[in-house]
Design a protein around this ligand. Structure first.
Ligand SMILES: CC(C)(COP(=O)(O)OP(=O)(O)OC[C@H]1O[C@@H](n2cnc3c(N)ncnc32)[C@H](O)[C@@H]1OP(=O)(O)O)[C@@H](O)C(=O)NCCC(=O)NCCS
Length: 168
């Protein structure tokens, strides 16, 4: 049965503890990557109801530092499903500890693969985007998948039709 991005929507909210910061009292990048991986894996699991593994971290931008004691909300939803893999878009929102205002600090795109108990990839449900933004992520996802496969040495650049179309 087809699913929508809304079906996989996941929100994880937590604060930044002293043990999770660097000497500038900003959150470690690795700590944020782990929180994003957790939220995204739940979203991927909600989409397919199978075991999922992280296949790649396709894009992460650390746009703004996250101060100690901030409230960090990580949202994730599946943006496109392929045969056995799913692209998940993650957004990170921060509530500043003193100023209180909420702002977007980061965005990332991860790829998960559904696998069975024997660790073999298994098919996932089709995803149907609904909103304008979801359709834009959906349309660009094949290009990102091909780029990720080329960088991982799993696809020849000549076969990356979507990437080639960008430059033709
Ligand atoms: C990811 C994994 C399941 C792929 O298994 P595989 O036997 O190589 O399977 P395939 O080549 O058939 O790839 C399966 C799907 O993953 C996609 N994929 C694999 N590597 C990818 C990458 N780097 N970027 C994007 N997609 C990728 C393939 O395109 C394919 O997608 P599709 O079926 O939707 O078209 C396997 O490599 C694995 O288990 N890796 C370790 C995962 C893990 O432990 N993650 C946590 C790290 S701590």
């Amino acid at each position: 049965m087809a699913k929508t991005p809304k079906d996989s929507y996941t929100l994880l909210t937590d604060i930044v503890l002293p043990s999770e910061t660097n000497s500038l009292n900003h959150m470690f990048g690795g700590e944020l990557l782990a929180r994003m991986d957790r939220a995204a894996s739940i979203a991927a699991r909600r989409h397919c109801n199978e075991i999922v593994v992280t296949a790649s971290v396709n894009h992460v931008s650390f746009d703004k530092p996250i101060p100690l004691d901030s409230v960090v909300s990580v949202s994730a939803k599946v943006s496109r499903a392929f045969k056995t893999s799913m692209e998940v878009v993650i957004q990170v929102w921060i509530e500043h500890p003193k100023e209180g205002q909420k702002y977007k600090a980061n965005e990332a795109i991860y790829t998960f693969v559904a696998v069975n108990e024997q660790k073999k990839p298994v098919p996932v449900p089709v995803l149907v985007p609904e909103t304008k933004e979801e359709k834009e992520y959906f349309d660009a996802a094949l290009r990102r998948k091909q780029l990720s496969l080329v960088l991982a040495g799993r696809m020849k650049p000549d076969d990356a039709t979507e990437l080639k179309a960008l430059f033709s």
